[in-house]
Design a protein around this ligand. Structure first.
Ligand code: SF4
Ligand code: SF4
Length: 317
């Protein structure tokens, strides 16, 4: 029997876009999920699919770099911040008391001070102020860029440096991508999520039809993969595993195989170590375009018919 938490997690994962969405994710950083996301997007595009690639790894968005794409004309992601009118403030302290983030400080009789970096923009302070002394200000949390590159629509969310509220920017990026999807017809959306299993990742998983969990054959890789597959199971989200750096010397592939098998999830690709990958990073040209015959490109391109068969109408080759 499912717990109430599991049931509500499944309810929350409600699709609002009518296009298949594949989330490329991973329990830990550095496993190569961006490489998979970018090359899968390019591989699908090379086969004639109209693709949108969303970089929702807002703390460290790298898709544009792997494309060699320039980002410009960013749209700011803003949230509410309180602006206190000292002339009106009576120093009652109600706003200080209601602020669960401890972003407002001040003794009774004083005008409170705001610690902007702690403020979540919840507006509770404005609601409790009885003399209307709190006006609506705005603070910038990050930027969203939308561009075309390699025949793909690229939507990139980037958190402002020093700003801790990445889930809000990740969510705004997904919503902005949904807005673009309403303007034009796409066959498929690939989302590069943040690593881990925290709220930033969850923001990118709500809309997904499939999670591709990228891992590597190390004890930490297998361990974190277990957590990721637990999360996708709780969300009721189908998942498949991609084993990157599959031939790493001393690698512990068996542990990844066991973790996947225990969760009833298939390993659908094994990507070998390949110097060509490094060359593609340096050149800013996606591997499957630059060196399509290299071993890792061959493994990545083999994913394309697999995904097309599942999600793209009339396209299994
Ligand atoms: S609730 Fe309003 S009046 Fe009271 S301290 Fe805060 S800003 Fe001043
Ligand atoms: S908006 Fe919310 S978090 Fe920010 S100062 Fe007001 S009560 Fe605190």
């Amino acid at each position: 029997m499912k717990s109430g938490g599991e049931a509500s997690a499944k309810l929350l994962r409600r699709k609002r876009v009518g296009v298949p969405v594949i989330a490329v994710t991973g329990g830990k950083g550095g496993t190569g999920k961006t490489t998979v996301a970018v090359n899968l997007a390019v591989g699908l595009s090379m086969k004639g699919s109209k693709v949108m690639l969303v970089d929702a790894d807002v703390d460290c968005p790298c898709c544009a770099m792997l494309f060699g794409a320039e980002l410009s004309n960013g749209e700011e992601v803003k949230t509410f911040k309180p602006v206190i009118d000292a002339a009106k403030c009576t120093g009652c302290g109600k706003c200080v008391a209601v602020c669960h983030d401890h972003a407002l400080v001040g003794l009774e009789g004083q005008v409170p001070s705001l610690f902007e970096e702690l403020c979540s923009g919840c507006k509770a302070c404005q609601l409790v102020c009885e003399v209307d002394a709190i006006k609506s200000g705005q603070k910038v949390l990050g930027t969203i860029y939308i561009t075309d590159s390699n025949g793909i629509k690229l939507v990139v969310g980037e958190l402002k440096p020093t700003e801790p509220r990445s889930p809000i920017v990740a969510r705004a990026t997904m919503l902005r991508a949904a807005e673009e999807l309403r303007k034009d017809k796409y066959d498929i959306v690939i989302v590069d999520t943040a690593p881990g299993i925290h709220n930033v990742v969850a923001q990118a998983l709500w809309e997904a039809d499939l999670a591709l969990a990228v891992t590597e054959p190390t004890p930490l890789g297998a361990h974190d993969l277990g957590f990721m597959l637990e999360l996708t199971e709780e969300l009721g989200l189908p998942a498949e595993v991609i084993l990157n750096k599959a031939d790493i010397p001393g690698g512990l592939k068996d542990e990844v195989v066991k973790t996947s098998r225990d969760r009833g999830v298939k390993i659908v690709a094994e990507i070998p170590m390949d110097e060509e990958l490094l060359r593609s990073y340096v050149s800013g040209e996606p591997l499957v375009r630059k060196s399509p015959k290299s071993p890792s490109a061959v493994a990545l391109l083999a994913l394309v018919p697999h995904i097309r068969e599942m999600f793209v109408k009339g396209g299994e080759t």
